[in-house]
Design a protein around this ligand. Structure first.
Ligand code: NAD
Ligand code: TYD
Length: 341
């Protein structure tokens, strides 16, 4: 029976990916390894726990001894585990270096030892840095600008080196910004959606004109699965839907879908080192037969509906340590902010 290890599977994309695999017919074992940081949430996997072929293990990808016990018989590893929020990496970068770089290195070492047949590293388009015009290709150099993207780029370098030096069968995916169900409310779309539903200010950084290319999470999960099965070992695959939008456009869409007061939109001081625009060329993943299925507007409607219908889920994630983080990150900004007309 095929054994698949999904690290970081209690997070946003990893839990959507695990759900997609579990829905599929066929015998396989899916093991989730997750440290359950503030971002990891067992509620994200509630519908999967207890299903045949599903196992959850609480643990750290930096723990070599645990990996040594877990990896025998593993066919494929999808490494989603990471510290992922740019703003938090600006406040404190150490945990990003630890998990994203050292954790990936530890997993690579153990994958080599246990002769894993595929190692799929889930990276990000942010490793390329910002681009004013055009789109990054897989062959472009990495020029990361935040401690988060620099840590992810460090991991990509190590993944590449384990292929070139030791022949480990690795593949790297670099996707654009994801949105959809189960995304932590620290991130832009869920933060704005839940704040809109709560009637709280929606804090837009800078002039609100930074551009991200948004992909519905299930489209990214299908691309990652395809790369794991049909991708060429040693290669990098960009993933993106080509839906480039300014942040202000997204914010206004959330206002209209949620029925919130437009006066909640507030321009606040910018994020240091804020990348202006991300865009990736996706010819390579499309040549494997992938294309997006969920149009942007439909994805946004489904996402806002999901947060409206799952208030209990997001209210819990905004309790506890999140309150402290939110105050630190936003209090002065919002009080000094301007309402966008
Ligand atoms: P997330 O923050 O929602 O989830 C990360 C998960 O990793 C959490 O469950 C957390 O508990 C777990 N984790 C953290 N440190 C760990 C450790 N040391 N050991 C084991 N588990 C640990 O993140 P996400 O948005 O689902 O992102 C998943 C992956 O996709 C990341 O590698 C991220 O860099 C990449 N990515 C995300 C996006 C996006 O838009 N969200 C875009 C491109 C790439
Ligand atoms: P985010 O979801 O943090 O993703 P990333 O920075 O990794 O692309 O942010 C997406 C965009 O939204 C980015 O340009 C920053 C902006 N943003 C805001 O304007 N306000 C916010 O409160 C947040 C969290 C993000």
């Amino acid at each position: 029976m095929k054994k698949i290890l999904v690290t970081g599977g209690a997070g946003f994309i990893g839990s959507n990916f695990a759900r997609m695999l579990m829905k599929r017919k066929g015998r396989r074992k899916i093991v989730i390894l997750d440290k359950l940081t503030y971002a990891g949430n067992l509620d994200n996997l509630a519908d999967l726990s207890g299903m045949d072929g599903f196992e959850f293990v609480k643990g750290d990808i930096c723990n070599g001894r645990l990996l040594d016990q877990l990896l025998p018989g593993t066919d494929i590893i999808y490494n989603f585990a990471a510290e992922t929020h740019v703003d938090r990496s600006i406040l404190e970068a150490g945990s990003f270096v630890k998990t994203d770089v050292v954790g990936t290195y530890t997993l690579l070492q153990m994958a080599l030892k246990h002769k894993v047949r595929r190692f799929v590293q889930i990276s990000t388009d942010e490793v390329y840095g910002s681009i004013e015009k055009g789109k990054f290709r897989e062959s472009d150099p990495m020029k990361p600008n935040s401690p988060y993207s620099a840590s992810k780029a460090g991991a990509d370098m190590l993944v590449r080196s384990f292929h070139r030096t030791y022949g480990l069968p690795v593949i790297i995916t670099r996707s654009s910004n994801n949105f959809g169900p189960f995304q932590h409310p620290e991130k832009f779309i869920p933060l704005f959606t839940t704040n809109a539903l709560e009637g709280k200010p929606m804090p837009l950084y800078g002039d609100g004109k930074n551009v991200r290319d948004w992909i519905y999470v299930e489209d990214n999960c299908r691309a990652i699965d395809l790369v794991g099965r049909k991708g060429k070992v040693g290669e990098v695959y960009n993933i993106g839907a080509g839906d480039e939008k300014e942040n202000i456009f997204i914010a206004k869409k959330i206002v209209s879908l949620s029925g919130a007061d437009r006066g909640l939109l507030t321009l606040v001081s910018d994020r240091p080192g804020h990348d202006r625009r991300y865009a990736v060329n996706t010819r390579k993943i499309r040549s494997l037969g992938w294309k997006k299925k969920v149009p942007f507007n439909e994805g946004m409607r489904m996402t806002v509906d999901w947060y409206r219908d799952n208030e209990e889920w997001w209210r819990k994630t905004k309790e506890g340590s999140f309150k402290k983080y939110y105050r630190k990150m936003y209090k002065d900004r919002i009080e000094g902010g301007k309402v966008r007309k």
